[in-house]
Design a protein around this ligand. Structure first.
Ligand code: PXP
Length: 240
């Protein structure tokens, strides 16, 4: 199971002071030393953390592991993706006022836009993943839209309590099963931490986990390399 480390949060700290450090490119290198199988950057329309220069320099340097570009399905972003050539693109919904991506894509409403973005990007040989809620219908719709991969939103599971947590986990499991049956590459992410990652990592069929906040937060205590290494260790232990 792959671990993709999201370095947006490093750029968020940088932007808090408009300084040149901490540098998400340097963080990407350290995350790779700690065992990351991929680096994720989310280029938001408002450029509130990762900017175009970061994306360019990270693409130039991150060559041996997968670079995942998270973005909205807009014309501007599709053009940037085609120019930058990441190893994969994850389409996400974007709302200006949100603190982080709040939910999966609305595939029914965004059908035309999302379908067009998938077609344009995949035509250039870049696989597209859709960030979706844990719903079997959304998994099937992602397949119909032609995406090669999906990323199942685990944030609802992460935030749920008591019996609702079990129900959310079941939704994730069912969605993974449907995705695997349809031949999709099935990823998962959002809200995963040292304390909850193993329940998700132990689900059979998941290709990769995409994790940001918790790894970067724990890097304050442990250092980034150790924080990534610990997440990798927990994932490996759960996969066995
Ligand atoms: N996957 C997607 C699509 C996201 O938008 C994010 C947040 O940037 C993540 C995974 C990582 O979530 P977290 O920062 O909660 O680990």
């Amino acid at each position: 199971m792959l671990l993709g480390v999201n370095v947006d949060h490093v750029a968020t700290v940088r932007e808090a002071r408009k300084e040149c450090e901490p540098d998400p490119l340097m963080a990407a290198g350290i995350a790779i030393s700690g065992g990351a199988d991929g680096i994720t950057v989310h280029l938001r329309e408002d450029r509130r953390h990762i900017n175009d220069k970061d994306l360019k320099s990270i693409r130039r340097k991150v060559r041996d592991v997968e670079l995942n570009l998270e973005m909205a399905a807009t014309k501007e972003m599709v053009e940037i993706a085609l120019k930058t050539k990441p190893d994969m693109v994850t389409l996400v919904p974007e709302k200006r006022a949100e603190l982080t991506t709040e939910g999966g894509l609305d595939l029914k409403r965004g059908r035309k836009k999302i379908g067009a973005a998938i077609a344009a990007i995949q035509a250039k040989g870049i696989p597209v993943s859709l960030f979706i809620n844990p719903s079997e219908d959304d998994v099937s719709m992602s397949h119909e839209l032609g995406a090669q991969m999906i990323e199942i939103h685990t944030g609802l599971y992460a935030n749920a309590k008591g019996a609702e947590k079990t129900r959310e986990l079941t939704r994730v499991k069912k969605s993974v099963r449907r995705g695997v049956a349809l031949g999709l590459g099935v990823n998962a992410g959002h809200g995963l931490k040292f304390t909850n990652v193993q329940k998700i990592a132990s689900i059979k069929g998941i290709r990769g986990l995409y994790i940001g906040h918790s790894i970067i937060a724990n890097s304050i205590y442990l250092g980034l390399e150790k924080s990534v290494r610990e997440m990798k260790r927990l994932i490996k232990e759960a996969v066995k």
